[in-house]
Write a protein that binds this ligand. Structure first.
Ligand code: NDP
Length: 328
């Protein structure tokens, strides 16, 4: 495993990490979640990501059980959770001081932890003043309930505003972002956030590196019954399923088939190629993967050995296939 500094901090996170969205607390049993987390830990993954909203809190519960069960040293783990959608109550969502503080306590209880290492604002909240948000995350950090705070899917402008407020009040600014980044979703990381990487040395822990599995090639000939896109009672998965059956979806599948040929040349799987491509970007601190089976983690971790094979020539071939490089 390779470890990288998380942005402008002394904290080291594994270059590949594991998250629980859709899968843990929902799609698979607690026993499978435990097996996946154990496989990940044994392969050197130290960073595990969850959120208060995943499976209505059950993801944090199942991941917390796994952390306890294996008796891992807390110092060997970097655990993150995210706040924004905590429940149906008027004050159980958003980034008010009240929800940040109450939401943190509720997450820690579900995780059976005294603190999380990283706490994210899962989305921006334009209805709450930035000063209230920055002060609330600082309060939680000062109480020892989180070590660092960050954002998820905030615009560069919103992150810049948080830094300005923190600077003016001499408070801790957000350290890291958690944006989507994969071969089909590039603009934020490759364009919008460039000034943030330069000015703040912002950390980036990216999600859906396989575009929910699309970039593994598993959807090339339809939807396998044991895949997340086959989940019938999940609105996000329905949207992704429907999106496959559009012109844009068909173009993506054609690209994935071409990527498979390139992967073959490199003697790797399409998943490994797609993950290696994310890992090659020097602004990425950690690629947060997902897995419903331990074997996927074993396969995905090998992406690290593919990174050196991504020569200039291969990257040019990749760009020719993707044809979506953001114009700077
Ligand atoms: P991916 O795009 O990597 O998708 C993971 C899924 O793809 C797996 O659950 C599995 O699904 C399938 N898969 C993984 N590896 C393979 C393989 N080698 N071969 C075939 N199929 C494979 O990541 P996620 O979308 O899960 O995102 C990763 C994490 O990022 C989440 O768990 C969460 O922690 C975080 N996240 C954050 C968000 C945010 O708003 N901040 C939003 C979404 C995610 P299956 O087997 O079921 O088909």
């Amino acid at each position: 495993m390779e470890y990288r500094y998380l942005g402008n901090s002394g904290l080291m996170v594994s270059a590949l990490s594991l998250g629980g969205w859709v899968t843990y607390g929902g799609q698979v049993s607690p026993e499978i979640a435990q097996k996946c987390m154990k496989t990940a830990f044994d392969l050197g993954i130290n960073f595990f990501d969850t959120a208060e909203v995943y499976a209505g809190g059950q993801c944090e519960i199942d991941m917390g059980v796994a952390i306890r069960k294996f008796g891992w040293a807390r110092s060997d783990l970097v655990i993150s959770t995210k706040l924004f959608w905590g429940g149906k109550g008027r004050n159980e969502r958003g980034l008010s001081r009240k929800h940040i503080i109450e939401g943190t306590d509720a997450s820690l209880k579900r995780l059976q932890l005294d603190y999380v290492d990283l706490l994210y604002a899962h989305r921006p909240d334009p209805d709450t003043p930035m000063e209230e948000i920055v002060r609330a995350f600082n309060h939680v950090i000062n109480q020892g309930k989180a070590f660092y705070w960050g954002t998820s899917e905030w615009s560069a402008q919103q992150i810049t505003e948080a830094h300005a407020v923190a600077g003016r009040l001499n408070l801790i600014a957000p350290l890291m972002e958690q944006p989507q980044y994969n071969m089909f979703h590039r603009d934020r990381i490759e364009k919008e956030y460039l000034p943030l990487f330069k000015n703040y040395k912002m950390g980036a822990t990216i999600w859906s590196p396989l575009a929910s599995g699309l970039l593994s090639g598993k959807y090339n000939e339809g939807i396998p019954s044991d895949s997340r896109l086959a989940l019938q009672d999940n609105a996000v998965m329905k949207r992704l399923r429907d999106a496959l059956d559009t012109e844009d979806g068909r173009v993506k599948i054609t690209k994935v088939k071409k990527l498979a040929h390139l992967a073959k040349q490199l003697d790797c799987t399409t998943s490994q190629l797609a993950l290696a491509w994310c890992l090659k970007n020097p602004n990425i601190s950690s690629v947060i993967t997902g897995a419903s089976k331990p074997s996927q983690i074993e396969e995905n971790v090998k992406a690290l050995s593919i990174v050196p094979l991504l020569t200039e020539e291969i990257m040019t071939s990749l760009e020719d296939i993707l044809a979506n490089k953001p114009a700077l």
